[in-house]
Design a binder for this molecule. Structure first.
Ligand code: GLU
Length: 297
């Protein structure tokens, strides 16, 4: 059976971009008679708020984007992440952000720094001499990770050269998104991951984690980003496009109709319910180009 998920972070109210992803994830699952999970990604305690968790659930219900199960909060799953962490080839890294920048390490295509390996082979004595609480990185192999994205097609990344050893546990003790998401999707039996294409470059890291932890790799569908007319990403800062504002101005069918039109599922932005789109939906209709949205919507 197909199992999909919504995985919103409760660091703000959902905005148009989240809705676009949520709608496509929901349509994909419902068109296959699958099961939909809701997973609240409250991994980062500093950025997560209870009121946003409640708002996310209320907004999904208002839109008619139903789910079948809610998985445990990430904040309650530290022991599970610790267990997975213990199975990985990790080492402590004492580099600060500014030291890494000073080392002028090259950047990966998603803007993250390719770690130059400074702490990779420190001796016990060198580690003991460090006065800082370390982050923990995984030692990645010189191997190409290949996969086929359901929207973006064939993908290949040389993990060591194009990404480098990446952090799986931050120096403040919080397990990294890359590790948590892999444990969560595997434990939830998730078979397809639908999310914004800003996470396409994270996927090789996650695939390597699935393989290393002996867990099945789901299928990935990365959906195009919604951008403002100047090409900039519509962020949570674009207040007029968050759900609080959108709900003041639109009915659910109007918003869904507009999103379906942006996704090219329909020819006009006429109001429609999410349920009515199930028959229309096919991944073949979803393109890869960024989708321009007028922020005055
Ligand atoms: N929590 C992430 C977000 O809200 C999504 C992560 C994922 O889908 O893997 O952008």
């Amino acid at each position: 059976m197909t199992v999909g998920r919504f995985a919103p972070s409760p660091s703000g109210r959902m905005h148009l971009g989240n809705l676009f992803t949520a709608l496509l994830a929901w349509l994909s699952v419902r068109s296959q008679n699958g099961k939909m999970l809701l997973r609240i990604e409250d991994l980062d305690p500093e950025r997560s708020r209870r009121e946003y968790i409640d708002a996310i659930k209320d907004d999904l219900a208002w839109l008619g984007l139903t789910y079948d199960e809610e998985t445990p909060l990430q904040s309650a799953r530290t022991a599970r992440y610790a267990e997975a962490f213990g199975l990985l080839p990790t080492y402590p890294c004492y580099c600060s952000r500014s030291e890494l920048h000073d080392a002028s390490a090259p950047h990966a295509s998603d803007g993250t720094l390719i770690y130059p390996g400074t702490c990779r082979d420190l001796s016990e004595a060198e580690r003991a001499a460090k006065k800082r609480t370390p982050a923990w990185r995984v030692r990645v192999p010189y191997r190409d990770i290949v996969f086929t994205d359901g929207v973006f097609g064939a993908q290949r990344e040389k993990l060591a050269a194009e990404c480098g050893d990446f952090i799986v546990r931050r120096s403040d003790g919080v397990y990294a998104y890359q590790l948590a998401v892999v444990c969560d999707d595997a434990d939830g039996g998730v078979t397809e991951v639908v999310r914004g294409c800003d996470l396409l470059r994270s996927t090789p890291r996650q695939i390597w984690l699935y393989q290393t932890l002996n867990m099945p790799v789901p299928r990935f569908y990365h959906v195009p980003l919604l951008v403002a007319p100047d090409g900039k990403r519509l962020s949570k800062r674009e207040k007029s496009l968050d759900m609080a504002h959108l709900r003041e101005r639109y009915r659910p069918q109007e918003l869904i109709g507009y999103l379906a039109f942006l996704a090219k599922l329909t020819d006009t932005p006429a109001p429609v319910s999410a349920a009515e789109l199930i028959e229309v939906f096919s991944w073949d209709m979803i393109g890869t180009s960024p989708i321009i949205v007028n922020s005055k919507l």
